[in-house]
Design a protein around this ligand. Structure first.
Ligand code: AQP
Length: 332
């Protein structure tokens, strides 16, 4: 079976609709066909300040949401990044292989650091993509299911894997991004020119899966569209309507073309009302399943302990091979 690896940050509490449609939904599907490794990336979370108690609670909450979304610990390896020390270890190796200019070209870092200001931007945020490289290479992943915003980081991963392999001998698998065209980028409901994001979206533009379903329905009904009236998929001229069509298509399983036909001659309100209902139908059981997992911390812990053990077995083998190629003296 080909292998997939991906991760999600435990920072925001609730996952948002972009996280789910862009990434987590694919994780659930891929566990059926791939050897799948999925993790909650707490090392990445501390690139910005975290309250310790909140970080701990949010890490559990992230695991509960992944299970609620459909990850099955019998079908995939689910773990917390800091439970596998090889991530930080290979991360250092990859830092030493990355050019400063190369890291400086990462657009996500440029965006985030320009918003934070240089005094509040950590070196960890700067090298975050390099740690992500290590995350992926440790598992020799063939594919990485992520949203469009991560494409550049997968390219960096391929570059560094190639560099290591050509300098020191064939060691790492070169991964491919696994990004779906329809849902690779879900847009802010209030500003469909930017991606939905926990740090940049306004509260009204961001759909949190754990919000009260009534709040979610209201956000969908007040989504920004355009002054035209035709319901047509056209991301350039009608980004708001197109975003709603993409979301609805994924939630209902109906192709966008079929939805366009269904809404022929109808007003935007009809699409929004239907989508609000589809969202409520989706988030209501998601919320209660998440709560169910949170209420059973022993089960969560045992899932994570097994996951870490399985992940470490793979990660330790890759790291040992990399250390050997580098020329580190073996510890006796
Ligand atoms: N709007 C989105 N559309 C599609 N995919 C998205 N992802 C995030 N936003 C969208 C994908 O979700 C996965 C987990 O991402 P993360 O843990 O990096 O989450 P994040 O970066 O914290 O999410 P945000 O909202 O994008 O955070 P900020 O605002 O801090 O940058 C990834 O696969 C990501 O591509």
């Amino acid at each position: 079976r080909p292998r997939v690896l991906s991760g999600i940050q435990p920072t925001a509490g609730s996952f948002h609709l972009g996280n789910y449609l862009g990434a987590v939904r694919q994780w659930v599907a891929l566990q059926e066909t791939h050897d799948a490794f999925y993790m909650v990336v707490d090392l990445h979370a501390i690139t910005v300040p975290q309250d310790p108690a909140a970080l701990r609670a949010n890490t559990r909450l992230a695991v509960a949401q992944l299970l609620a979304a459909g990850l099955d610990p019998d079908r995939c390896t689910l773990f917390v990044q800091s439970h596998v020390p090889e991530h930080a270890q290979l991360g250092w190796v990859m830092n030493c292989l990355t050019g400063f200019g190369e890291a400086s070209r990462m657009t996500q870092f440029k965006d985030k650091s320009s918003k934070q200001g240089s005094d509040r931007t950590t070196v960890g945020l700067f090298t975050y993509p390099v740690l992500q490289v290590a995350d992926i290479l440790l598992y020799q992943a063939n594919q990485v299911p992520v949203g469009e915003d991560q494409r550049q980081h997968i390219e960096l991963t391929r570059d560094l894997a190639e560099r290591f392999n050509s300098r020191l001998g064939e060691t790492f698998t070169l991964p491919e991004p696994y990004i779906l065209k329809e849902t690779g980028k879900i847009y802010d409901l209030q500003d469909p020119s930017v991606k939905m994001s926990k740090s940049a979206s306004t509260p009204k533009g961001l759909v949190n899966l754990l919000d009260d379903p009534k709040v979610t329905a209201k956000k969908v009904r007040s989504a920004v569209t355009d002054t035209d009236t035709v319901i047509r998929f056209d991301p350039v001229d009608k980004p708001g309507v197109s975003n709603l069509l993409s979301i609805s298509s994924t939630l209902t399983g109906k192709p966008v073309a079929e939805l366009e036909k269904e809404y022929e001659g109808k007003m935007y309100g009809a699409l929004k009302t239907d989508l609000a209902e589809q969202m409520v139908e989706f988030v209501t059981p998601f919320r209660s399943r998440t709560q169910g997992y949170l209420d059973d911390p022993e089960t969560l812990d045992s899932i994570l302990a097994k996951g870490a053990e399985k992940a470490r077995a793979v990660a330790a083998e890759t790291l040992a091979q990399a250390y050997d190629r580098i020329g580190f003296l073996p510890a006796k």
